[in-house]
Design a protein around this ligand. Structure first.
Ligand SMILES: [Ca+2]
Length: 320
């Protein structure tokens, strides 16, 4: 009897010790799994995309806070001054850059140079370009596309008012919780995005060690390619690095980030040039960084420049 009692006591102590350990350890495991990523950023979860009346897919982007810009990474410019930004509305963003087919459906024409009738038709004569991103499109035409898309009967009925993303919305969506140079991490090769693969981006520690970038060199297509040909980011967005540069709504200013509002920045009130983001097919990887920004006139058209669209679901918008 006494032996049985001792055994029960031992069992009881083991159970108690296990419960105590679980109470201490489980919350830590849950918190670290839910909130922290290896690069110190926040874990985000991709939502279910919707498809609109022209077959364009748009993914839900949950609003939040992030550090916009860069600090010490190689290839950065002073106008990328890092600062905190808070976005207070959820929004939907195009999963892909707007394609040639989608642009033609809405605007009745396809201005792309890499198309059957474009300037560089010989470079794509064996390839279907329907799902290539539209390029050679000015900022003004991109805005007009948003207006006309919003006017389509089905879109009006659904209450979807399209516009270009703000620069802050674009970078927030691109980073998708990451704090690294690219949403993929600290390096980029052309197996991950469409850019000039002769000029990949090495991790900072490898550059300091004097390592060659040979090991990261890859193909250079010398043209845009079908959207969604590479891995997406954590929000499920494709080609945020490379393929075509993407117009955003903001006017450009080299000093704006030093004094911009923390909450929902919209860019300077006026300017001469607009911002585009994310790098393109003929750029070096450094131009495709999450913080990389470039300015162009609102009437300028280049075969490297396209865009994607966003809308805020007024009925479901989550606000802080
Ligand atoms: Ca892009």
């Amino acid at each position: 009897m006494r032996r049985l009692k001792d055994e029960l006591n031992v069992c009881g102590r083991i159970v108690l010790a296990a419960v105590f350990a679980a109470v201490l350890v489980i919350p830590f495991v849950l918190v670290s799994a839910e909130e922290k990523k290896a690069d110190g950023g926040k874990k985000v979860v991709a939502g279910k995309p919707i498809a609109n009346s022209i077959g364009m897919k748009l993914a839900p982007i949950t609003s939040g806070e992030f550090l916009m810009g860069s600090t010490t990474e190689f290839g950065r410019w002073a106008h990328e001054h890092q600062h905190k930004v808070l976005l207070t509305s959820d929004f939907y963003m195009g999963v892909y850059e707007v394609t040639q087919e989608q642009y033609e459906k809405v605007m009745g024409k396809n201005p792309s140079q890499f198309s059957k009738t474009g300037k560089w038709k010989d470079a794509v004569k064996e390839i279907g370009t329907t799902n290539f991103p539209v390029e050679n499109v000015s900022w003004k035409s991109a805005v007009e596309f948003c207006r006309k898309l919003s006017e389509l009967p089905e879109e009006k009925k659904a209450g979807r008012v399209y516009r270009l993303p703000t620069e802050a919305e674009w970078e927030y969506a691109c980073r998708a919780g990451s704090t690294s140079v690219f949403h993929f991490g600290e390096s980029l090769s052309s197996s991950q995005a469409n850019f000039d693969g002769n000029h990949p981006y090495l991790k900072r520690e490898d550059v300091i060690k004097g390592e060659s970038d040979e090991k990261l060199k890859g193909p250079y297509l010398k043209r845009p390619t079908t959207v969604g040909s590479y891995e997406p980011n954590a929000f499920g967005l494709f080609d945020m690095h490379g393929n075509v540069w993407e117009w955003v709504s903001d006017w450009y200013s080299p000093v704006y980030f030093k004094g911009s509002p923390e909450k929902n920045p919209q860019g300077p009130e006026k300017g001469e040039k607009k911002v585009s983001r994310g790098g393109g097919w003929y750029y070096f990887a450094a131009g495709c960084r999450s913080a990389s920004r470039y300015e162009r006139g609102p009437d300028e058209k280049r075969d490297t420049d396209g865009f994607r669209v966003v809308f805020v679901d007024a009925k479901k918008a989550r606000r802080f």
